[in-house]
Design a protein around this ligand. Sequence first.
Ligand SMILES: NC(=O)c1ccc[n+]([C@@H]2O[C@H](COP(=O)([O-])OP(=O)(O)OC[C@H]3O[C@@H](n4cnc5c(N)ncnc54)[C@H](OP(=O)(O)O)[C@@H]3O)[C@@H](O)[C@H]2O)c1
Length: 265
Amino acid sequence: MVDDGFILVTGAAGQLGSVGRTVTGLLLDRGFSVRAMVRREDERAASLRASGAQVVVGDLLKPGDVYRVVSGCGQVYFGMSVSAGYLQAAVAREAGVNALVNMSQMTVSEMSIQSTTPSHQQRQHWLSEQALAWSGLPVVTIRPTMFLESFLQLAAPSVRKRDRIELPFGRGKTSPVAAADVAQVVAVVLADPVPHLGQIYELTGPQSQDLDGVAREFSAALNRQVTYSDISPEEWEQKLKVQGIAGTSVGPSFGDGRVAPGGSL
Ligand SMILES: NC(=O)c1ccc[n+]([C@@H]2O[C@H](COP(=O)([O-])OP(=O)(O)OC[C@H]3O[C@@H](n4cnc5c(N)ncnc54)[C@H](OP(=O)(O)O)[C@@H]3O)[C@@H](O)[C@H]2O)c1
């Protein structure tokens, strides 16, 4: 495959954490040629184009699209919300790239063949890491905890309405990390991948605490009492549907059991 000097950023339009979108901006700022892959032409695609990215439209579930967008790219950021189909399509034609930066998540650090989690999405990320290892591609793995932006989006509605953080996290601890900080790491790796090949980078926020601790931080910041309420996964699923984010990079994590939020430390 001919490397035309482009860095490919998948999921560049951005929906939740928008790591791909931030990475695109950071690389353009540093003078790199960026091919930004989006799923559809919309205002997000237009603004990527206006910022200087080469925008390509495609579906990561379609091998033909993947071949087209990967061709000519030396480095690839693979940051899709996972499903069985994405990986198959993505890996199919990426042989030839000199670095693939795979966005995984922290909980994978605690998983193995013998030890898994009830979360469908976490299992998919684990499987993705295995398949990329088998593929022999030059991979750099990024394992962040839950994105702070996602956490705020999930917690805000019930805090606003009932002064309660209503999430199915049990007694699990988490240390959310800003998606913008994660994007900084991805951009640094894409800009000069060789020293990082084969590495796994685990990214956390500054403090690991349970949701009671988080509620205390909300209380202090909002100057009113906010408490944590541990809800059932079924209730959670319903709330995600109402918010319109079931089936996204946050949504599927909580589909089939009580889970630690993106990596309990
Ligand atoms: N959110 C968290 O707390 C968290 C924590 C740790 C790790 N992660 C992982 O980080 C990664 C990136 O998350 P993020 O929040 O930056 O993503 P995001 O902002 O939700 O962006 C994902 C993008 O992928 C695009 N997309 C979805 N399906 C596609 C397909 N079949 N073909 C082409 N494009 C497709 C979406 O396009 P449209 O917008 O047009 O649909 C969207 O722009 C995910 O793998 C996630 O699991 C997330």
